[in-house]
Design a binder for this molecule. Structure first.
Ligand SMILES: Cc1cc2nc3c(=O)[nH]c(=O)nc-3n(C[C@H](O)[C@H](O)[C@H](O)COP(=O)(O)O)c2cc1C
Length: 243
């Protein structure tokens, strides 16, 4: 195999590919790219995500249908589905607390940091991710945050819809880690949000509360895989300096 690309080369190589060859991808290599996805930075290290690696032909067809048989899903060699699992918050908070509990704390500052971190996962996470009866708790949190925010800087993203953004943001970073890792070994992807999420969840047997962040079509690009030259608005339009 060729030398892997550098990060900048992988970024340049990655394009949304919508036509793939019949070439089979290496299962283990793709799995490694998914492992890289799981190393993405994520909110409070709660890791409220799940990655489903789909190669089974029947499942692929169900996903293709759920993706409206769009160009990228029609010829994909396989799919990786990035799922947001807010419902796993208790399990993840517990795992974090257990991990922190195992860390040695000897100096005063280490002991203080450990106590803070344990409180963070055992007390704060339940108030953020805990059961919200019809959004009532969400409204109460929003109002009390607004009031406290009059007097001091405060974290304002506390409602249920804010939490959905928080978790999808982290899942998006994981998806990007995956796509760049695939690009590193010259495998191609296309991120898709054009799908019927109910059908995707049904095909994959996911619980009601799971949310589909992105479906990534994977394969090797065919000659017609990339639709055209990459277009971005001039960099100056999206970049400012406040030096
Ligand atoms: C969240 C997200 C959803 C997308 N959904 C689709 C999609 O459903 N179908 C598709 O063909 N491309 C989809 N794209 C690909 C974009 O169209 C593509 O990234 C954009 O045109 C820029 O092109 P490039 O990725 O080749 O740089 C999606 C991209 C992102 C980030």
């Amino acid at each position: 195999m060729q030398k892997p690309l550098t990060v900048s080369q992988a970024i340049a190589h990655r394009r949304s590919v919508r036509n793939y060859t019949d070439e089979a991808l290496d299962d283990e290599l793709v799995k490694k790219c998914i492992e890289n996805a799981s190393l993405a930075p994520n909110s409070s290290n709660m890791q409220l995500w799940e990655f489903i690696h789909v190669k089974n032909p029947e499942l692929k067809e169900l996903l293709n249908t759920a993706c409206f048989k769009q160009q990228a899903s029609r010829t994909a060699e396989r799919f990786v589905v990035v799922v947001v699992r807010r419902d796993l918050w208790k399990k993840r908070a517990k795992a974090n607390a257990e991990f922190i509990g195992q860390n040695k704390a000897e100096t005063e500052s280490q002991i203080r940091r450990k106590k803070f971190a344990l409180r963070y996962y055992q007390k704060l996470m339940p108030t953020i991710y805990g059961f919200d009866n019809f959004g009532i708790l969400s409204s109460i949190k929003k109002i009390s945050t607004w009031v406290s925010g009059i007097f001091r800087p405060i974290y304002r993203q506390v409602s249920l819809s804010d939490m959905r953004i928080v978790t999808h943001k982290s899942a998006g970073l994981a998806a990007q880690n995956f796509m760049l890792s695939m690009a590193e070994v010259e495998y191609d992807t296309c991120p898709m949000e054009g799908f019927d999420s109910r059908l995707v969840k049904k095909a994959l047997g996911l619980p009601k509360k799971a949310e589909i962040n992105m479906i990534l079509a994977c394969g090797k690009r065919s000659e017609t895989g990339v639709y055209g030259k990459r277009f971005r608005v001039p960099f100056g339009e999206v970049y400012t300096e406040r030096f």
